[in-house]
Design a protein around this ligand. Structure first.
Ligand SMILES: N[C@@H](CCC(=O)N[C@@H](CS)C(=O)NCC(=O)O)C(=O)O
Length: 205
């Protein structure tokens, strides 16, 4: 059994989608980041960085309880644990990890900054809005080019698509019109049609 500590955000939903896809049993623990529950001592004991998502696997690699944070690391862990959604072939595996890192380092953090300055900042900061919405559009352009040549980010559907999808699902928040990125739109609709993705996007209910 895996305990999933999460909230209704893109980083959290990467992990619930992955768990739904691979079919491992899991229990959801909602950590309301709007109420600062991520800073409670019991959660900081699992993730000292005070951010969701995190998991506790009661059947870890050496058969013992194992806790893990950082959504990218969790996706790799679950992929390796199940042999699913992370390619076995070395070249394909590194391509999948490359696009996972692209998401973790750019298509996530930059979109998150755009969300902050467009929706949450206490003052309007035009420089920051321009910087992060421009970067969001640039990143969608990179994805669109990749998805022109490949059906999914690593060729076959993989953990890289699972990482990127919940961020793309917030395209209206970062003011990106998918009609401007037709290959991303095609990919977004294909990923979003998967039943496991639809279930994972409802977590926590
Ligand atoms: N790099 C981390 C980022 C996690 C992250 O930023 N989580 C956000 C929600 S999407 C959070 O917990 N925010 C609460 C806070 O920053 O206090 C990951 O991918 O797991």
């Amino acid at each position: 059994m895996i305990d999933l500590y999460t909230w209704s955000t893109p980083n959290g939903r990467k992990v619930s989608i992955m768990l739904e896809e691979v079919g491992l049993p899991y229990r959801v623990h909602a950590v309301n980041i709007g109420k600062d529950e991520q800073f409670r001592p019991e959660f900081l004991a699992i993730n000292p960085n005070g951010k969701i998502p995190a998991i506790v696997d009661h059947d870890g690699p050496d058969g013992k309880r194992f806790s893990l944070f950082e959504s990218g690391a969790i996706l790799i862990y679950l992929g390796e644990k199940t042999g699913r959604l992370i390619p076995a072939d070395a070249t394909a595996r590194f391509v999948a990890l490359q696009w996972l890192m692209f998401q973790m380092g750019g298509f996530g953090p930059m979109l998150g900054q755009a969300h902050h300055f467009l929706r949450a900042a206490k003052e309007t900061v035009p420089y920051a809005i321009e910087r992060y919405t421009r970067e969001a559009h640039r990143l969608y352009g990179v994805l669109d080019q990749r998805l022109r040549e490949a059906e999914f980010l690593a060729g076959e559907y993989s953990l890289a698509d699972i990482a990127a999808y919940p961020w793309a699902a917030r395209h209206e928040w970062h003011q990106v019109d998918l009609a401007s990125f037709p290959n991303v739109k095609r990919w977004y609709e294909a990923v979003g049609a998967r039943p496991a993705v639809q279930r994972g996007m409802q977590v926590p209910s």
